[in-house]
Write a protein that binds this ligand. Structure first.
Ligand code: AQP
Length: 337
């Protein structure tokens, strides 16, 4: 009989820069929804992933605390969810080593994120950047997580996690790791750059005008939306009319996600309007939704000791779940203890 796994959510975000609107809409906002549903929820600042590309140590410390503040300010309750930073729970890397022996080179060679991030500089990339998906599989499976809410760009990594779980179960003749479901839903699973509708909005994009940071003030948000690239046509009344208009589609998707509505509902209201009219509407909505979060983040960033206490307590709670899974994995693999 197949094993019944506790419905449990795991997801993580890299403290590799300031949080963006893409991280918020594609990930954190949905983490909050899943916390409200019938799941145990575990959320992680994946600092070990962040250092697969160079991070200044001072920036990494600041970004980890700021990310924690962002989670809490967006509605993650550190009592209800487990909130911690990855490096403080060594079971992640211990399981990742086992998974490095399960994952095949050919599987990792197909990962598009590695190709994108390594670019032409493949030979000079860190081994960690290449092995990133095996660590991500360990992050998820060390908690026997059944569901992983992520943005569209992480779909391939969650599929690899499923492949690793299935191969481990098959090779050792067990039904030990769940085959985790990716949860990729809503209007903003891939928020695009405000300067280029073919590129994902990203923390590490050299252009600050390409993204809305969760710490941006009202003026910066309004200015970035005003300057966002668009086309000269009016907005269509139906989603089909956005098909070949990447920049227009992005702004409508952002509006729908912030408004908790659908693209069709938004277009029913704004179809026929010019961007000169729509952009101020979007800016007002973004400021209304994001200002309370950035205000609370700023307050929390003044309470560093409190943040560190939350992270330490979260790591303790995370280890209580992870340690027995790792112990059992070692037994299955044949490690003598
Ligand atoms: N633009 C986006 N739209 C929707 N979801 C997004 N996510 C990231 N960008 C977007 C989702 O946020 C979660 C955390 O991502 P991450 O920080 O671990 O790594 P990333 O996907 O590489 O994000 P960035 O901002 O692009 O970071 P850098 O610049 O450091 O590489 C994931 O669920 C992701 O899908």
């Amino acid at each position: 009989m197949a094993t019944e796994f506790t419905p449990r959510v795991f997801s993580g975000i890299q403290p590799s820069g300031g949080l963006t609107l893409g991280n918020y809409l594609g990930a954190i906002k949905r983490f909050v929804d899943m916390q409200a549903a019938e799941f145990e929820t575990i959320y992680c600042m994946v600092d070990l992933h962040a250092i697969t590309v160079w991070q200044d140590p001072g920036d990494l410390r600041k970004n980890t605390r700021e990310l924690c503040a962002g989670f809490i300010a967006s509605g993650i309750d550190p009592e209800q969810s487990i909130l911690f930073n990855q490096s403080q729970v060594p079971e992640h890397t211990q399981l990742a080593w086992i998974f490095n022996t399960v994952a095949r080179m050919g599987w990792l060679n197909r990962m598009t994120q590695f190709k994108d991030k390594a670019g032409k500089n493949r030979e000079n990339s860190s081994v960690g950047l290449f092995a990133y998906p095996a660590l991500m599989a360990a992050d998820i499976l060390v908690y026997h997580a059944t569901h992983v809410p992520v943005g569209d760009d992480q779909k391939q990594h969650v599929e690899l996690t499923r492949d690793i779980a299935a191969k481990f179960n098959h090779d050792y003749g067990v039904d030990f790791f769940p085959i985790t479901e990716p949860v990729i839903e809503g209007a903003a699973t891939r928020v695009m750059s405000l300067r280029d509708g073919s590129k994902k909005m990203s923390k590490s994009d050299p252009s600050d005008m390409s993204r809305i940071n969760m710490t941006d003030d009202a003026d910066a948000i309004a200015q970035k939306i005003r300057k966002a690239r668009t086309d000269p046509d009016a907005l269509p009344s139906e989603a089909d009319g956005l098909k070949d208009r990447a920049e227009a589609r992005n702004l409508v998707n952002i509006y729908a996600a912030l408004d908790d509505s659908t693209v069709d509902q938004v277009l029913t209201d704004v179809g026929g309007k010019q961007f000169s009219e729509f952009k101020p509407m979007l800016a007002d909505l973004a400021v209304a939704k994001l200002s309370p979060i950035s205000g609370e983040m700023a307050r929390l960033m003044g309470e560093q000791a409190e943040i560190d206490k939350i992270l330490a307590r979260g790591a303790e709670r995370a280890r209580e779940v992870a340690a027995p899974v790792l112990k059992k994995t070692y037994e299955i693999v044949g490690m003598v203890s």
